[in-house]
Design a protein around this ligand. Structure first.
Ligand code: HSE
Length: 350
């Protein structure tokens, strides 16, 4: 079954998704009767194209790898007209919009506007963008439901490591008492390097930047804002809360020294930047702060840039998942997983 998809944003995640679609095309067709057709791409820096017959992914890669713009896809100076994302969302013939633009945790824009436009134009939306999910999840989900559409956000927390789909499928029917975990790869990498390689904070941060984990401006990572956005999403999606980022008590890792990390290890503990949320009375209590965990805690064993979450559930007790929290292929996969879930529902409907 053909599934028409449009990409808004074609940076790392978009490229990751396209590479998977190209590489696994016959497996996805055989296993799921899934035949994706990319009918439009819009990127702030690389231009935009509408291709109703479907883009040839390898040809697009050849153009991008030569450093050319997406709108040179047609070649020979015959470039497509540059269309802004809002017009493209309305004009394209896609069933699903993959919203893959940059995250703005303060305003959620411009992504939230794109998502609303798509849902009002009768198009399903999948995104890995934390801004709209942290700030406007309920509103966007209600808009999707009102229009009989899907709004899916698997990649916003732990990239393609399943978090939300876990509670739609495998753990369906369980009630979550508490969620606790490591949701920022940069800070976990820094703390790991301070302990295992004896680096001081500044040297560990520099290494995290060199490896591409931390941003050039790492404030959102080291001060805990990135983990706050993720714990807000977990609180609202999995615990049914109405939490805003400013409701979360927050402390980053900048006050931790190599000496504190080493002393904790000698006492049988390990520092981790922990994001935690649980129901409390009628509300939700959510916090992001460094915690000294006993080495016997599964979260204490999570090293490097990995992420992990422990769910405390009523029927299954504690379940811990560990996996990638970022990355081109890993986040590209989260988008594919959401698209395949929508595809499965659409097939059942037909
Ligand atoms: N900067 C984030 C991290 C990337 O280090 O985990 C994924 O959201």
């Amino acid at each position: 079954m053909e599934v028409k998809i449009a990409l808004i944003g074609c940076g790392t995640v978009g490229r990751g998704l396209l590479e998977i679609l190209d590489r696994k095309c016959s497996q996805l067709k055989d296993a799921f009767d899934f035949e994706p057709k990319i009918v439009a791409i819009s990127d702030l820096h690389k231009g935009s194209i509408l291709v109703p017959d479907g883009i040839k992914i390898k040809r697009l890669f050849a153009i991008l790898d030569e450093g050319k713009r997406i709108d040179q896809y047609y070649g020979e100076g015959n470039t497509a007209e540059l269309i802004n994302p809002l017009d493209m969302i309305e004009q394209c013939d896609a069933a699903i919009i993959a919203e893959l633009t940059y995250t703005n945790i303060q305003t959620g824009e411009p992504a939230t506007g794109y998502i609303k436009k798509a849902l009002r134009s009768g198009k399903h939306v999948v995104t890995s963008n934390k801004g709209p999910a942290a700030l406007h999840y309920k509103e966007l989900q209600n808009l999707a439901r009102k229009n009989d559409l899907f709004f899916r956000i698997e990649g916003t927390v732990m990239s393609g490591t399943p978090v939300f789909s876990l509670f739609e499928c495998g753990l369906i029917g369980t009630e979550i008492r508490e969620i606790k975990g490591i949701l920022n790869g940069t800070t976990n990498f820094i703390l790991s390097k301070m302990e295992t390689d004896g680096l001081d904070y500044a040297a560990a941060l520099k290494l995290a930047q060199e490896r591409g984990y931390a941003e050039a401006d790492p404030t959102a990572d080291v001060e805990g804002y990135d983990a706050v956005a993720k714990v807000v999403i977990l609180s609202n999606v999995l615990l049914g809360g109405e939490v805003k980022p400013e409701d979360v008590k927050r402390e980053g890792i900048t006050s931790l020294t190599r000496e504190m990390v080493t002393a904790a290890k000698q006492e049988g503990f390990r520092y981790k930047l922990i994001a935690q949320t649980r129901k409390s009375g009628d509300g939700i209590e959510a916090v992001v702060s460094p915690q000294k965990l006993p080495l016997t805690d599964p979260l204490a064993g999570v090293m490097g840039a990995q992420n992990a979450l422990t769910f405390d559930t009523d029927l299954m007790g504690k379940i811990t998942i560990q996996g990638a929290g970022a990355g081109k292929t890993e986040t590209g996969f989260s988008i594919l997983a959401d698209i395949l879930t929508i595809h499965r529902h659409l097939r059942l409907k037909h």
